[in-house]
Design a protein around this ligand. Structure first.
Ligand SMILES: NC(=O)c1ccc[n+]([C@@H]2O[C@H](COP(=O)([O-])OP(=O)(O)OC[C@H]3O[C@@H](n4cnc5c(N)ncnc54)[C@H](O)[C@@H]3O)[C@@H](O)[C@H]2O)c1
Length: 282
């Protein structure tokens, strides 16, 4: 997609962090942007900041884990802009804990936001994008956690792997159409993702205190985020990927060895299958 001017965009989690960075970049390219977010104060502040910079933005309060709320937000966006050409399913939350200790309510929350939120966003906008026929782009925010499986964040990893594969599936299904698909897989970015509990909808129960054993790791994560890439830099990568119709968007080349190590281990297991087959046939 090359033509951004005057066209409509929808960004979930647009009130802060990476979503706000993407919204700002889309607005700078001349798009009308709808910020959809669950946090009213941050949403108001983001709209004020962007408008002061001359952007054409609007906001809708929306919990992406609530299918009806996403549908309502989509209707509101279409009523405001007429058409939408860029959809960024970006809202996400993180919750820590090992697989034996993490409460099922945390799974429900993380799956609701990080996976179902993306699915609801696609379901709400894809038929419209196909119908207007002018092309466009869908950006789903995954993570390097969708490429690797770091311990202590099972629900997050599971959702992000799912977002990678559903994006790859969607790209294959839309190949040859004028709708592009990208999955954004950043490493550490300087945002408040480690304070996700601030936006936990009450229906998922109260947030859990970080267990003492997890506090050192939480402090390390806070430091990695603090020294991470800026949302602005991530947004610049996203804009380039939309223009080039890149499926995978990576931002942290220094994480390549970890990915290579995973692929090596997978291929070694596959070699074992070939050796096993040879032996059983021989
Ligand atoms: N920060 C990182 O290091 C990093 C790395 C890889 C991927 N990501 C992903 O980037 C995306 C954005 O996260 P971020 O790092 O900017 O964090 P952030 O906490 O700064 O921003 C997340 C935004 O999503 C909103 N949100 C949370 N729950 C919501 C819900 N139920 N409905 C609607 N909005 C909701 C929040 O209010 C917030 O504005 C997430 O999908 C996250 O998983 C972040």
């Amino acid at each position: 997609m090359q033509d951004f001017k005057g066209r409509g965009a929808f960004v979930t989690g647009g009130a802060s962090g990476i979503g706000l960075g993407i919204a700002r970049a889309l607005a700078d390219a001349g798009m009308k942007v709808m910020l959809a977010d669950i946090e009213p104060g941050a949403l108001d502040k983001a709209v004020r900041q962007l408008r002061e910079a001359g952007a054409e933005v609007q906001a809708v309060l929306c919990d992406v884990s609530d299918r009806a709320a996403v549908e309502r937000a989509a209707q509101q966006t279409l009523a405001a802009f007429g058409k939408v050409h860029v959809v960024c399913n970006n809202a996400g939350v993180g919750g820590g804990g090992t697989m034996d200790e993490i409460p099922l309510a945390d799974w429900d929350w993380v799956v609701g936001v990080d996976l179902m939120g993306v699915i609801y966003g696609i379901a709400a906008f894809l038929p419209h994008m196909k119908a207007h026929g002018e092309g466009g782009h869908i950006v789903n925010t995954g993570s390097m956690a969708g490429m690797l499986s770091p311990p202590g964040m099972g629900p997050y990893n599971a959702c992000k792997h799912a977002v990678v594969t559903l994006s790859e599936t969607l790209a294959a299904e839309l190949a040859g159409s004028r709708i592009g698909v990208s999955v954004l897989c950043p490493g550490w970015v300087n945002t408040r993702i480690n304070e996700s509990a601030r936006n936990r909808p009450p229906r998922f129960g109260p947030p859990r205190e970080i267990p003492i054993a997890g506090r050192e790791r939480a402090a390390q994560v806070a430091e990695l985020l603090r020294t991470g890439m800026t949302p602005r830099e991530v947004a610049a990568r996203v804009m380039a990927a939309i223009r080039d119709n890149d499926l995978h968007i990576f931002t942290h080349p220094e994480m390549r060895p970890a990915l290579e190590d995973r692929f090596r281990r997978i291929l070694a297991a596959y070699d074992k299958a070939a050796a096993f087959k040879d032996r059983s046939q021989g």
